[in-house]
Design a protein around this ligand. Structure first.
Ligand code: ZN
Ligand code: ZN
Length: 66
């Protein structure tokens, strides 16, 4: 299971661990608190800068093991 860490560069939340649970971890953070210094493989990044994004679910088929 991955865990939250505080990024020393930007002070926001980053992650540590195996990297296989980032979708869950990413979703558990408040909007705007995600560190972007490190990539979030597997997480659905919602950018507020891109006006309209398809609202259809992209999480279909993703299975999370905790
Ligand atoms: Zn993990
Ligand atoms: Zn950062």
């Amino acid at each position: 299971m991955c865990y939250r860490v505080e990024c020393k560069k930007c002070g926001k939340y980053s992650w540590g661990g195996c990297g296989n649970h980032l979708a869950t971890l990413y979703a558990s953070f408040e909007k705007g608190k995600h560190c972007m210094c490190k990539s979030w493989p597997g997480a659905v990044i919602t950018s507020e800068n891109h006006g309209s994004v398809s609202s259809s679910s992209t999480t279909k088929g993703i299975y999370l093991y905790t």
